[in-house]
Ligand binder design. Structure first.
Ligand code: PHE
Length: 340
């Protein structure tokens, strides 16, 4: 009996089944009413009493093995379509189209600004969002304890006054000046952080493009030229600009640049608060102290810098009334920017 069980075990293990018909034959041979297992059970009563326990176990194991093999092959034939059966893929069905993606409105505006300055010969520089005090403040002529540091409500990291989330991308310009020799013509787009109350008009993070141009004999006239060119390219050929005196620790003189409101054409509307002008950026001649801090000789070189928040520009361009929409990832909002 034991020998017979061994032989059957071996036969079941090595059975190679190619078709469902062969599987059915397997079932009948081993598991059928008159199959090998039924026969074994039939003969079980002849097994001497002292061997019953052991042989019983072996027969049961064999039965399980046969049943498992059967189930295994059955599942196999159910999952694999046979060459003769209908093809699984119906090639005549219409394709399932992948919905087109969209650039985020901030990305669209950044690309547009970058393309304009690239045409003027500017390169694009990037830097870290977590900055040290030197690159965000000290090198830019913010003396320690100077109230100007308070102008930009800073998020410090772990209350460490040395490490903060950058409050502007001027920090990238410091890095460029430290590592490159003039002439330098570069813009730095990126995300910046300020601890401000979140509302429809302001957020605790937003996006800037800052620019820097350093060479011999650079003057305010060059600044005006490049920014006027930018304004007309960005907002239309009719656009006018005006510069108003302002203050930044890192530029002297400093100015605020306004563009004529492209919604009302300068006549006055609720977007420009009936002034006809939209304030879009700060700018000025790089303070000689900043050049010196970054290893550039201010007796030989001069330059200008500017910086603008482009969330506001995106809002003006696409008439978005709440800045929070730009960071909420709401597909109903984002899918409006799908092009083509
Ligand atoms: N860094 C300034 C800001 O964040 C903008 C600026 C850049 C102003 C360069 C002047 C020159 O507001």
């Amino acid at each position: 009996m034991k020998q017979r069980i061994e032989k059957l075990t071996e036969a079941i293990r090595s059975a190679s089944i190619q078709t469902p018909e062969e599987l059915e034959a397997f079932r009948i041979e081993y598991l059928g009413k008159k199959g090998a297992l039924a026969e074994l059970f039939e003969h079980f009563k002849e097994v001497p009493a002292e061997e019953k326990r052991e042989v019983g176990q072996l027969v049961n194991q064999l039965k399980n093995l046969a049943a498992e093999s059967y189930e295994h092959w059955k599942a196999h034939f159910e999952s694999v379509p046979l060459a003769s059966s209908a093809p699984v893929t119906d090639l005549t069905r219409p394709a399932i189209l992948t919905p087109p993606g969209a650039f985020h409105p901030l990305t669209l505006v950044k690309k547009e600004i970058t393309a304009i300055f690239t045409r003027l010969g500017y390169t694009v520089s990037e830097g870290p969002e977590i900055e040290d005090d030197w690159h965000n403040f000290s090198a830019l002529n913010f003396p320690p304890e100077h109230p100007a540091r308070e102008m930009q409500d800073t998020f410090f990291i772990d209350k460490n006054p040395e490490i903060a989330l950058r409050t502007h991308t001027s920090s990238v310009q410091v890095r460029v000046m430290e590592n490159q020799k003039p002439p330098i013509r570069t813009i730095s787009p990126g995300r910046v952080y300020r601890n401000e109350a979140i509302s429809a008009r302001s957020h605790c993070f937003f996006h800037q493009v800052e620019g820097l141009y350093i060479d011999r004999n650079i003057s305010m006239a060059h600044l005006k030229h490049d920014l006027y060119f930018f304004a007309r390219e960005m907002f239309g050929p009719e656009t006018r600009i005006r510069l108003r005196p302002s203050y930044f620790p890192f530029t002297e003189p400093s100015a605020e640049m306004d563009v004529s409101c492209n919604i009302c054409g300068g006549k006055g509307c609720n977007i420009c608060k009936y002034s006809g002008w939209l304030e879009i950026m700060g700018c000025g001649m790089v303070d000689p102290n900043v050049l010196e801090n970054c290893g550039i000789d201010p007796d030989i070189y001069s330059g200008f810098a500017f910086g603008m928040g482009y969330d506001r520009i995106a809002m003006l361009k696409y008439q978005i009334r709440d800045i929070r929409l730009l960071s909420e990832n709401d597909l109903r909002f984002l899918s409006q920017f799908v092009s083509g």
